[in-house]
Design a protein around this ligand. Sequence first.
Ligand code: CUA
Length: 181
Amino acid sequence: MSIFIPEKHWWRDPLDKDEKVWLAIALTTSIVLTLAMPYWHVTQKQNPGSEYYKIKPDTFDAATDRFIQQYGVKDEAGAIKQEGGIDVVAPPPGDVFVRGQQFKWSPVLKLKKGSEYRIHLSSIDVLHGFSVQPINMNFEAVPGYDYVLKVTPTTSGVFNIVCNEFCGIGHHTMVGRIYVD
Ligand code: CUA
């Protein structure tokens, strides 16, 4: 068996034809992919909206409570139904509130497929990550900002909301839920 040892000055030799072809392919690929990023950003529909408002955490907290009182799903005794200690809400199309806090998302939402919602997303304490599974859509819940997500569910099912921004000792238990039917 022999070992190939390159000449000491191999980099001074003119490029081989194969090397030229590969360099051209690599360069073309990188240029195309680089241009694809802004092209996709501008022309395609995967971008989240840019609508947001400044809001005091207390104000958002109160708005979410009002929303829960107004559209909470009631049991026979007239109390709002809960799931895992979190209120369940079935709102009509339109404005919906989701509150992130250490360490829960509330309320649990029951939405209708094909209806349009404006989900107001915020946190009342620290930064949380709003990650919709299994479709893997990710947003941030930022205290002090009401971020509006325009959503029209296209598939029915159960979607879990996991927190994907480390927010403290109970971070891993911070799971919410959205039902679509
Ligand atoms: Cu909330 Cu991690």
